[in-house]
Design a protein around this ligand. Structure first.
Ligand code: FES
Length: 83
């Protein structure tokens, strides 16, 4: 199981949820989001370390080093930071 660390908030395990956002939500993290569909960019966070895989093709174009938590799952332990 991959561990998700949110800088300044804590960490949780990714346990097969649909998305990283869903895992964080379930574990009580206060994450930004709006559409949950890869369209708005509200869920953008900085990926500090680790690897993620896209589970949907987002319309929103994230910048290098940033990910949409609604549109990815972690494939290794990851560390992310709110921006
Ligand atoms: S919540 Fe809108 S892009 Fe992720």
């Amino acid at each position: 199981m991959a561990k998700i660390t949110v800088v300044g908030q804590g960490e949780c395990e990714f346990d097969g949820q649909f998305s990283m956002l869903e895992a964080l939500d379930e574990n009580g993290f206060d994450m930004p989001y709006s559409c949950r569909g890869g369209n708005c960019g509200a869920c953008t966070v900085r990926l500090i370390s680790g690897e993620v895989e896209e589970i949907q093709s987002p319309a929103y174009d994230s910048r290098k080093g940033e990910i949409l938590t609604c549109s990815v799952i972690p494939v290794t332990d990851v560390e992310i930071e709110l921006i």
